[in-house]
Design a binder for this molecule. Sequence first.
Ligand code: ADP
Length: 360
Amino acid sequence: MQPAILTLNAGSSTVKYGLFARDGVTELARGTLEQTGAAAMAKALEVTRDAKVQVVGVGHRVVHGGPRYAAPALIDEVVVEALRSFIPLAPLHQPHNVAGIEAARAAFSAVPQVACFDTAFHRGHALVEEAYALPRRFFDEGVRSFGFHGLSYQFIAGRLSDVAPEVPRGRVVVAHLGSGASMCAMVGGRSVATSMGFSTLDGIPMGTRTGSLDPGVLLYLLDHHKLSLKDVETLLYKESGLKGLSGVSNDMRTLLASDAPHAKEAVEYFVHHCARMVASLATAAQGLDALVFTAGIGERSAVVRARIVAKLGWLGLAVDAAANERNATVISTPASRAKVLVVPTNEERCIAEAVAAQLG
Ligand code: ADP
């Protein structure tokens, strides 16, 4: 039987999986298991049997690695305990990730398992990026900007040397525009700043999440509307962003196809704040040699890319309409002051590569 690496991304009601060859590069299969916990692992064992592979390593996507983990970690009891201690930092996702790890350790007990963190790629930021202007004791207890989507950014950082050899050494802003959305400023392939912070709410607007919001609004909601903690959480994570602003949909495709004025305004809000964030992150990187679009919207929506770059025209950025239309890798004009690229992301492969590295 062919040796294989299994990647797992455990959510609240499903587990996304990937199967890769031992090299961590060649993808054999991927899919979604409509269960969680032990039931999902029974299904995963079935999948591996059907694929006629023998799992030699398992990699887990874990949303939070806290202040500690700056790289993937080989899972043992100590690591599981540490991951549990980060649950207060990501109460919506971390419990599912930890439960997924426990189920997989029971089902695939003989093989090494590796935790790969969405936060790890952003560790090592300067204090001016990592801290909030709160009293220091909050920073010390872990109230910091952690940043997320790190597996995506790390994958893109690795791809850049293939698609644009001179770019990885330079100053790059990567725009991961999916239903969750964030941006990352990189210098020499390392993250120096990112738009998400302590939680996955901050930064640019998303399908159902607010993006940056004046904390005074929260005070008003709590005081004036007497919202409960749960109500506020639901409002900020599930009812806001494109969905809240448009009143039509959280889905960019639906909004682009809609004639409803509020749908158009929601798209314009998204485009406007994406462009502002690129300029802000370019300041953190002290320049901009390339802007990279990735994830659902970034990889597939020529019109959203064109509109974001148009707002960055004052910086000298320009898109070639034909190249943009066909989702080419390089979509900037030769005269553009910075390259504009479209690079598909692959978080599962980033996890598989980490497992392959662990296996040696
Ligand atoms: P997730 O964060 O759930 O993995 P994706 O990266 O798949 O999300 O991105 C989902 C978003 O991408 C949705 O808003 C969807 O409408 C948008 N999208 C996908 N294809 C297109 C397209 N051709 N044009 C515009 N938006 C698209």
